[in-house]
Design a binder for this molecule. Structure first.
Ligand SMILES: Nc1nc2c(ncn2[C@@H]2O[C@H](COP(=O)(O)OP(=O)(O)O)[C@@H](O)[C@H]2O)c(=O)[nH]1
Ligand SMILES: [Mg+2]
Length: 719
């Protein structure tokens, strides 16, 4: 945002440049003004948008020529003065001054000022003057405003500088083509986006409520009902073509909205249109400002990003507003409408297989669950993309209107605006009082970040449980030989049907699905790198920063499949630090013995894996028969709580301890069966006469002896 504006006065000698400046600051006329008034600084409260203003006088004559040039080059706007009593000074505007500025390459707005109107005979016709000015305005588009004044009478002097400030702060050129008298295409594009965002129910017209919301968003003030009607009447009157309605269903159409802005510009109310553009995040170049699209949002190391409840609610509302046929899913046309305000009208997932990456209905339309899952995935993997799209979709401005309770909003004390009967003075939209009502720097959409939240994923070895439970979106990386069935697992996760025909995956693919766990919904994202990217991606462990689990997949019917993952694990030893799940696919086909030094089950056991409900693994699945569901909940489980799923590095020690424990357990089990067997024997021996029994332990040992061949009689002898 601009901090300071430089206004430079130029014109022929004696037209009253210096007098104008003195008249402005002294508020009365000074007869013997100095030839060149020193530079004046007006404080920020003396400008419409709170910027300081420097006013620079220039002298005349060849000695001053160089300085005039220098100052003109540094100017943000030029106040070009002539005297209404000096025809020469007027003619020199078009014959000398404007061409001279062009020759210097100066391209700033010019305010043309006719001074000394106190000296003009009152019978002179104002219209005649306008006739002289009009062709100038056509020829020189840099002429922003023309104004007549009198330094002597302090008439219109403040206005001269005010218009010059406005010419800098609210320039016409980016918005309006002064020759064709129409809004420029870039301006139309931006206003169309703003219109779409304001049309929260997406019915193609701005209703009274939507207009009122719009007024609130831009000017922090409600809209007076009568004025609302006034606007609509005005816009309706301006309709020239019966094919393009300005008003439909008692609401403002896009054509009407554009017409209204044309009026603002034509009536010198550029500040209104500019304030609106700024509110919606656009800069002077009519592109969305970086600060608006990417508000500061730090993700500390070890933390991940998810959507906050407000974020989920917003995406839900957006979904509902665009589901025009109310079938609970967004078809391609509805999606196109939804993303119309995004750059290029595009969703952010081009090339990422959307909507195949997420849950759709049979026709391929994205369901609400699929929609939220897709955003959950995007937020985890590319939070900046989510931030940007929140901005494109209007979250910073309309989350409030959509009744989305974002914490920072409610504290601002701004309640959902209603059409009110407030005093007309609060009506800032059309009467120009919006100027200065909302300085540009106050319009900061920092609230976008309220749609996100930081979570701390649980890492293997973390002792505390509490933080980890906040996470609800998890990424699992799927690794395995080409053709081992990775993509089929991804498709299944997104609820897609099994594809019998093999289509190799070369590029990164992702799929996301909602999985219920402990009564709460979680999102599982599965990702495969694709054969062209895998090696490159695995070389850099930081690529796996968000990975919560690795799924090692092999084709149980292909003898060479398992060695692929075993090699991979050997080559990239850091993979061993991730919670891991081994999966044998195609269990519907004949099992093949793997050409590998150990078979998969032994391999898993040797890694010391002990996944709840599974053990060491591998897990057998069949995508073809849809026998996969258990896989996803298992992945989710180890992602949430990696205990038992991370290969144990110091395995030998662990194994010894486990064996020792197993040994004990075995002994106890043996003891149990000993007792059982002994009882059996006692019963048997009873049948053959029987004897009295001593402590069972003693008998146990004797019973073992019987197993090894000692006769019952021998036993009895022992007893
Ligand atoms: N009657 C009248 N005289 C003015 C006005 N403005 C300036 N003058 C007189 O015009 C002469 C030139 O003014 P000055 O400000 O020095 O012109 P500059 O050379 O453009 O800076 C001075 O005698 C001023 O008093 C005005 O609005 N009305
Ligand atoms: Mg002077």
């Amino acid at each position: 945002m601009r901090q300071e504006i430089r206004l430079v006065l130029a014109g022929d000698p004696g037209v009253g440049r210096s007098s104008l400046i003195m008249s402005l600051i002294k508020e009365h006329f000074i007869d013997d003004v100095q030839a060149v008034v020193p530079e004046i600084t007006l404080p920020s409260d003396a400008s419409p948008a709170g910027v300081t203003t420097k006013i620079i006088d220039t002298g005349s004559g060849t000695a001053q020529q160089e300085r005039v040039e220098t100052e003109m080059r540094r100017a943000n706007a030029i106040v070009l003065v002539y005297s209404v009593t000096d025809q020469d000074s007027f003619e020199r505007i078009s014959s000398y001054w404007l061409p001279f500025m062009r020759s210097l390459g100066i391209n700033v707005p010019v305010v043309l000022v006719g001074n000394k109107i106190d000296l003009r005979p009152s019978e002179d016709d104002d219209d005649a003057l306008e006739e002289e000015i009009a062709p100038l305005m056509v020829e020189f588009k840099e002429l922003e405003t023309c104004i007549e004044c009198s330094a002597k009478l302090s008439l219109n002097v403040g206005e001269v500088f005010f218009y010059a400030q406005k010419a800098v702060l609210y320039p016409t050129a980016p918005l309006y083509d002064s020759r064709s008298h129409t809004l420029k295409p870039a301006c139309v594009d931006v206003l169309r986006n703003i219109f779409h965002l304001c049309d929260t129910d997406k019915d193609g017209v701005l209703s009274d409520e939507e207009l009122n919301n719009f007024q609130f968003v831009c000017f922090d003030a409600p809209l007076h009902l009568q004025e609302l009607e006034g606007i609509k009447e005005l816009v309706a009157q301006g309709q020239t073509n019966s094919n393009t309605l300005h008003i439909r269903d008692n609401g403002l159409t896009l054509a009407g909205f554009l017409y209204l802005h044309t009026l603002f510009v034509q009536r010198g109310r550029l500040e209104t249109t500019w304030s609106i553009l700024w509110t919606f995040g656009y800069g002077m170049d009519l592109s969305l400002s970086n600060a608006y699209v990417y508000p500061p949002f730090e993700v500390p190391p070890g933390m991940a990003v998810e959507l906050s409840p407000a974020g989920y609610q917003f995406f839900t509302e957006v979904f509902k507003a665009h589901d025009k046929d109310h079938d609970g899913a967004l078809n391609p046309h509805e999606l196109e409408q939804l993303f119309i305000t995004a750059p290029g009208g595009q969703h952010p997932w081009n090339g990422a297989g959307f909507p195949n990456s997420t849950v759709t209905d049979e026709a391929g339309a994205v369901t609400l669950q699929g929609w939220l899952a897709q955003w959950s995935m995007t937020t985890l993997l590319e939070p900046r993309t989510t931030l940007a799209y929140l901005a494109y979709l209007g979250y910073p401005l309309f989350s409030n209107a959509m009744n989305i309770s974002s914490p920072s909003r409610s504290t601002s004390g701004t309640s959902t605006p209603q059409v009110s009967s407030a005093s007309p003075s609060s009506y800032a939209w059309f009467d120009g009082t919006a100027v200065g009502a909302k300085p540009m720097q106050d319009i900061s959409p920092s609230l976008t970040t309220s749609a996100l939240k930081l979570v701390r994923p649980r890492r293997p070895g973390d002792r505390k449980r509490s933080n980890a439970e906040q996470c609800s979106v998890f990424l699992a990386l799927v690794l395995g030989a080409p053709g081992s069935g990775k993509s089929a697992l991804l498709r299944n996760l997104a609820g897609k049907s099994f594809q019998p025909k093999y289509a190799p995956t070369h590029r990164l693919q992702r799929a996301v699905g909602a999985i219920e766990h402990d009564g709460a919904e979680h999102y599982l994202v599965m990702q495969e790198y694709g054969s062209h990217n895998e090696a490159e991606a695995l070389r850099n462990p930081t690529n796996l920063a968000h990975v919560s689990a690795i799924v090692f997949v092999y084709d149980s019917s292909d003898t060479h499949s398992f060695s692929y993952i075993s090699n991979l694990r050997q080559q990239y030893s850091y993979l061993a630090h991730f919670p891991s799940l081994f999966v044998a696919t195609k269990s519907d086909l004949d099992l093949a013995r793997q050409r590998h030094e150990v078979q998969p089950d032994m391999y898993c056991r040797k890694l010391g894996l002990n996944v709840p409900h599974l053990g060491a693994g591998p897990l057998n699945v069949s995508s073809r028969f849809g026998e996969v569901a258990e896989l996803y909940s298992l992945i989710l489980m180890i992602a949430m709580d990696p205990r038992g799923a991370v290969p144990v590095p110091g395995r030998s020690l662990q194994t010894v301890r486990v064996r020792w424990r197993t040994g004990l357990l075995g002994l106890m089990a043996l003891g149990g069966s000993t007792l059982l067997a002994f009882t059996t024997w006692r019963l048997l021996s009873r049948g053959t006469g029987g004897v009295g029994l001593g402590p069972w332990g003693a008998r146990a040992s004797s019973w073992m002896a019987s197993l090894w061949g000692a006769s019952s009689s021998a036993l009895r002898t022992d007893l």
